[in-house]
Write a protein that binds this ligand. Structure first.
Ligand code: SAM
Length: 311
């Protein structure tokens, strides 16, 4: 069974790249079931309003909680009815073809019936400890819940470690904010019932959560089984877990051996695996020290040998 991803945004068009390349292929194969939803489908006024002025004053607008609550409730109900991956049933009806904007299986009809049945799930708090995994993964269908991801520059940093953790989840729901963000009570409301993570993709401010979600989905998607052509590709990436954890990947070369007078380092042509491994490690260390001194400083000295220390 694949992973289900629900993405809610006022700009579903942003997600058309998910039709191409690795992620597009994973969707075709059923490894990934991506559903993009238009938040405005859950508004009730003619203007389809999703924002309002901030309490306490200040510039900008804040996304209203009601519309987010209706959207998330409806998606959770839909996921449960469809048989969530957590319940081990196959995913059906993934909208692989067609634009994401129109591909939503959930139409804008207002929700009828009660929202997510009030089973008292005691989840981790909104700003819970990282890397503890969702206690709800693999739970029974009736109580299956997505793990909710809210991109925000004020969140915990999204890292390779978190990508790995999220790649093991059966169901993720991404809530893309715009303007000054989403009314904080939305995160509180769902954080009491399921795992909610506010994550930042870096120390800069984007106009909306869409691009941040594309970044996260790509990082997570390429870790899913069968998505990368070469299973070893992810193993020696920068930030990969293991001995090279805090090391950036060094430079890479391909044919021809000389290009515009620039030669490929001789050791790489030597066929000597031990020397090549040593050279790669040296280059990785050099690059880490030069570009990311704070990462280099965090390398456990126990993992360094005599040769490393000389660098
Ligand atoms: N006033 C907010 C702040 O300083 O925290 C900035 C809001 S930003 C203009 C609008 C939306 O873009 C956010 O709600 C979030 O969804 C997204 N966003 C911006 N920068 C981001 C980042 N570094 N990581 C993740 N999401 C980001």
């Amino acid at each position: 069974p694949g992973m289900r991803l629900d993405i809610v945004s006022i700009f579903p068009e942003y997600f058309s790249p998910l039709d191409v390349s690795l992620i597009g292929k994973a969707r075709e194969r059923g490894t990934l079931d991506v559903r993009v939803h238009q938040l405005r489908d859950w508004t009730h006024d003619v203007h389809k309003t999703v924002d309002d002025t901030p309490y306490g004053g200040g510039p900008g607008m804040v996304m209203k909680p009601e519309v987010w609550g209706e959207a998330i409730d409806a998606i959770i109900a839909d996921g449960r009815a469809a048989g969530s991956p957590a319940a081990d049933s196959p995913i059906t009806g993934s909208p692989i073809t067609g634009s994401p904007a129109t591909g939503s299986p959930i139409t804008g009809s207002p929700i009828t019936g009660s929202p997510a049945t009030g089973s008292p799930i005691t989840g981790s708090p909104i700003t819970g400890s990282p890397a503890t995994g969702s206690p709800f993964a693999g739970g029974p269908e009736a109580s299956a819940t997505p793990r909710i991801i809210v991109p925000t520059p004020s969140g915990r940093p999204f890292t390779q470690e978190i990508a790995q953790e999220l790649a093991a989840e059966p169901w993720l729901l991404f809530a893309c904010g715009r303007y000054e963000g989403i009314d904080s009570r939305v995160m509180r409301e769902y954080g009491a019932r399921m795992r909610v993570d506010e994550l930042s993709i870096g120390d800069y401010v984007l106009a909306g959560g869409e691009v941040a979600v594309l970044v996260m989905v790509e990082a997570i998607g390429r870790l899913l089984p069968g998505v990368l052509g070469n299973v070893h590709s992810a193993v020696d990436d920068s930030f990969a877990p293991g001995a090279m954890r805090n090391l950036l990947e060094g430079p890479v070369y391909t044919k021809p051996p000389v290009w515009r007078g620039h030669e490929v380092p001789e050791v790489l042509l030597s066929g000597h695996h031990g020397k090549i491994a040593r050279w790669r490690r040296d280059e990785a260390l050099r690059r880490t020290v030069a570009n990311r001194p704070e990462l280099a400083a965090a390398i456990d000295p126990e993992t360094l040998d005599k040769h490393d220390r000389k660098l």
